[in-house]
Ligand binder design. Structure first.
Ligand SMILES: Nc1ncnc2c1ncn2[C@@H]1O[C@H](COP(=O)(O)OP(=O)(O)OP(=O)(O)O)[C@@H](O)[C@H]1O
Length: 568
């Protein structure tokens, strides 16, 4: 909540102006029933038409002033809360972009999406309503009680007697509300995750006739969300009737006592009518207060979730490490890593590559190939061992500098909806020559044959491209900025053998100075690499050139023979 207060306090001047206008309008509104009582009790009995018209005119003016100031202050509060939420959402998104992979894994993507969308919306609602009702409701409540006290102290005591009961309801609601709304937001996280996964895998789901299964899964998340919402709404829906009941009991007592006092000549009918108007104002003010507490509970639950992300520590901080004298471009030294710190996903991996050399990595699924790349890109810190680039420990290299060295195609990498040129350039301001050369090396000439060429549109996630076209476009993107290090993670698997061979030749020819790490399932894709690392269950089971491994590594020989027969 402190985070939200910090954002709100930056706008304290304009907020103060809005609240002041609201204050003035509410005071004017509060005077209306009292003016009515003056007309009814002082001027109507005397048939003083002049004063009645004068006071009536004043009442019309006061109503108009109340209406105008209220509308103006409400518009101002909407603008302020919109600006605050925009900044909050911006900072939250910027923070999400800087989270370490471990933090992303622990928050989960779906939860981050709901924090960015529905949680910020809840905070927006809270800030907006607090400005609209935060001044108005207490003034109407306390002011109403004060005026009624001046008009009729005895009847006001009846009203005041029920206030502790109402306070109890409000207190209880706000305490329970935070827990219930936190649970609702968590259920929303799961619902978003389900929807995201189903959308991403819709083709597979349809192809495997798993549509009904997915619908059932979604329905269960949807039902859980509804269940949580129902609990929260039940609490909120109980609030108003409970408060109404207490107030109606009070109102009945006031009417009975009021009638008795008028009959006894202790008070006047105009005062009782004004008193009843104030009673309605107080009742509405209490409803506003209870609504405020509901929004406060919801906003607080959401603000906590937002703060969790904003206050997440910077895990991948730059560390001081003295540089080594090293002729290697990339060096892994006894690197071990585990995602859950239960068992090693990579164990004791060492290798070094000179500038321009190529490392091929091969191994069964889940053997740790992509994990090794994630460590090289410093997405995670190794548990033990170290990784150096040109003798500098990657933990001591600022992220922007580190990432500028790489051209990467991840496994299942994605393309954005938009022009082909934009997808290759990726906001880096590359020249046409760089883009053309990258397309040529990536064997992506199909782009020229498409209508519109580089200006042709790509559908979301590259849905209007074949698997092989997507991969070539992604490779062109990785090559376009002429990187020092190129990483291709299983990114030529959809290419036919001929195109794959042409790609390798073009890479060797045009990017001879670039150090390359190529993860592949096909032996033919890495056969000519300077070094090949064979992984199994996170461990090195072979390292050397193709011909060395054919002699020394049974698994490698087996894979090669299976794929290439006698051609090996
Ligand atoms: N973010 C993660 N959190 C927890 N475990 C993970 C994560 N990513 C990968 N793993 C686990 O780490 C191991 C190695 O995964 P990795 O993706 O590196 O394998 P891989 O060799 O690249 O597999 P493939 O060839 O199928 O892409 C696997 O057991 C996998 O389940």
């Amino acid at each position: 909540m402190n985070t939200v207060v910090r954002y709100v306090s930056r706008k304290w001047r304009i907020i103060s102006v809005g609240l002041l206008i609201k204050f003035a309008g509410t005071i004017v509104e509060l005077l209306l029933p009292w003016m009515l009582s003056v007309i009814l009790d002082d001027y109507v009995p005397r048939k003083d038409i002049h004063s009645i018209l004068l006071w009536g005119g004043l009442m019309v003016l006061a109503s108009a002033a109340g209406l105008f100031t209220n509308v103006f202050a409400n518009k101002l509060s909407t603008r302020i809360s919109r600006d605050i939420t925009r900044k909050l959402r911006y900072d939250l998104f910027a923070k999400v972009m800087k989270l370490s992979c471990t933090q992303e894994d622990s928050f989960t993507a779906s939860s981050l999406i709901s924090r960015l969308t529905s949680d910020t919306y809840n905070v927006h609602q809270m800030i907006d309503r607090m400005q609209r009702l935060g001044v108005r409701a207490p003034i109407l409540l306390l002011g109403g009680i004060a005026v009624t006290f001046m008009l009729e102290p005895v009847l006001t005591l009846v009203l005041v007697a029920i206030l502790p009961l109402l306070a109890l309801v409000v207190f209880w609601v706000s305490r329970k509300g935070v827990t219930l709304f936190t649970r609702t937001q968590k259920a929303l996280d799961i619902l978003i995750r389900r929807a995201q996964e189903s959308m991403a895998g819709i083709r597979v789901i349809q192809a495997l006739s798993k549509t009904d299964y997915e619908i059932r899964q979604f329905d269960s998340a949807n039902t859980e969300m509804m269940r949580q919402q129902r609990s929260a709404n039940l609490l909120m829906n109980l609030t108003n009737p409970a408060m109404n009941m207490f107030l109606n009991v009070g109102l009945t007592a006031v009417i009975v006592a009021g009638a008795y006092r008028v009959n006894a000549g202790i008070t006047q009918p105009g005062i009782i009518i004004a008193f009843l108007s104030y009673f309605t104002i107080i009742l509405n003010a209490l409803m506003m207060v209870s609504r405020l507490f509901v929004l406060y509970s919801q906003g607080t639950a959401s603000a906590r979730r937002i703060t969790e992300v904003l206050d997440a520590p910077e895990e991948m901080q730059i560390e001081e490490h003295p540089p080594l004298k090293d002729e290697a471009h990339i060096r892994f030294d006894k690197v071990s890593f585990s995602y859950g710190k239960v068992r090693d996903n990579l164990r004791d991996i060492s290798f070094s590559l000179l500038p321009g050399q190529t490392l091929g990595i091969i191994g069964p699924t889940g053997s740790g190939k992509s994990t090794l790349i994630s460590l090289l890109l410093h997405f995670y810190n190794p548990d033990t061992g170290s990784i150096h680039i040109h003798g500098q420990d990657i933990r001591s290299i600022p992220p922007e500098l580190l990432y500028s060295m790489f051209g990467v195609v991840f496994q299942n990498d994605f393309l954005f909806a938009g022009e082909i040129r934009g997808n290759i350039d990726f906001g880096r301001g590359l020249s046409s020559v760089q883009i053309e050369e990258a397309i040529q090396t990536a064997q992506a000439e199909f782009i020229r044959q498409r209508e519109g060429g580089l200006a042709a549109q790509i559908a979301p996630r590259g849905m209007n491209l074949s698997g092989g076209q997507k991969q070539r476009l992604l490779i062109a993107r990785a090559l376009a900025a002429d990187p020092d290090i190129l990483i291709l993670d299983d990114s030529s698997s959809a290419l036919d053998y001929k195109t794959d061979a042409q790609l390798r030749r073009a890479l060797a020819r045009n990017f001879a100075r670039t150090t390359k790490i190529i993860i592949a399932q096909r032996v033919s894709s890495i056969k000519n690499a300077d070094h090949i690392l064979v992984l199994d269950q996170g461990q090195e089971i072979g390292y050397g050139t193709h011909s060395e491994l054919m002699r020394t590594c049974d698994s490698y020989r087996e894979i090669a023979k299976m794929q290439m027969g006698e051609a090996v």
